[in-house]
Design a protein around this ligand. Structure first.
Ligand SMILES: [Zn+2]
Length: 54
């Protein structure tokens, strides 16, 4: 696979986060990837990768 695509996919997967409350996937801003964000569907806090996202 083209390494450029790999980087893009990698970035995309990193920015996608699943809400532990409602289970919906959503994208977070690149600047927020290491901080807790609020779910836009149910309002629950979603921790950064490593906790909820297995
Ligand atoms: Zn939610």
């Amino acid at each position: 696979m083209n390494p450029i695509y790999q980087v893009i996919i990698d970035t995309f997967l990193h920015l996608r986060r699943r809400c532990p409350g409602c289970g919906m996937d959503q994208l977070v801003a690149p600047g927020k990837k290491d901080s807790v964000v609020q779910c836009k569907f149910c309002g629950d806090p979603i921790p950064p990768h490593g906790d909820a996202d297995r």
